[in-house]
Design a protein around this ligand. Sequence first.
Ligand code: PLP
Length: 369
Amino acid sequence: MIYLDNAATTRPAAGAVAYAETFLREEYFNPSALYGGGFAVRGELEKARAGLLSRLADGETYELVFTSCGTEADGQAIFSCARRGNAVTTAGEHAAVYESFRELKNRGVEPRFAPLNRDGSVNIEALLELVDERTSFVSVMHVNNETGAVNDIEKIAKEVKKRTPSAIFHSDGVQAFGKIPYRLSGAVDLYSVSAHKIGGLKGTGALVKKKQLALRPLVFGGGQERGLRSGTENVFGIVAFARAAAEWGNAEEHLPHVRRLNEMVRGALENVLILSPEEGSPYILTLAAEGLRGEVLQRMLWERGVVVGTGSACSSKSRFSRVLSACGYPERVLDGVLRLSFSPQNTEEEALAASRAVNEVISEFRRKI
Ligand code: PLP
């Protein structure tokens, strides 16, 4: 199998799975338990927290709260901080942010959606025009999961704060963490990440937040995660997240290889429209075979042992991608979208074989219609 759907989820790293198993089979104590086993597990959990945080930010200014997934980290940020006036985001957000913003309306906060550029990045000028003195919260994703476009979140956060210093700035970093070299520098207040996009397990995420920022919990109960996220911690998922991040390594070290894979596929594909920007994240390569159906191509590829996505897996229920529509593409293009997404473990041979398979299924499909 050639697996090129890594933006949907990655294969769990072997070391992370083995480590998680220890905490399922042997070290299964409750981290709040006041005996040796509990203390030891608490220690591992805190080590995982410190390890993950150190990859993203300095521990003086920021802290990290574990959540049940990237979606929850986004929701925690949004519902905690967007509580008055208006809140601004982009039309390109993942459903985790987009649908939460739509929900804000029911809670008395006006959601505002900034338009996209053709490549899926946000139109910064238009976004800034939506920010005013009543804006309490702004959320701009770091890497667009459908096109790979990278938003310059540091620049945008600084501009937003120039306009409205009290506005809180959040970024969904789920597709960026471990893939795009980045450290939080102070302008961004909150940043969401998810374990399963970098070799961790599904069902574990984290919200990195400025220490000085007081949040209101989404989940109330026993007061775990310093009162911000009650519920007995998902210890095996958390330790596996930290182990997976360590095994994954630094974003910089993988970039040349993943860029090469991306370039090879771009060079080898025939008769397709590439929707992903060249200067975007090399991990995501989205293309359209105009006039064809992406899901049919996806199934034909699956039968050949090549696994790819059709836009966002989370939005696969609707026929057209909301995000790619917002980029301004016509239905002929939106119908035929495939997303190839890489991991550092993919090889050049796989990239070439997958490109050949994509070319073949497109020609075969075209012959049939
Ligand atoms: N944000 C982005 C940009 C994503 O791509 C995803 C998952 O695809 C999420 C959020 C949701 O993360 P999770 O699956 O951990 O809830």
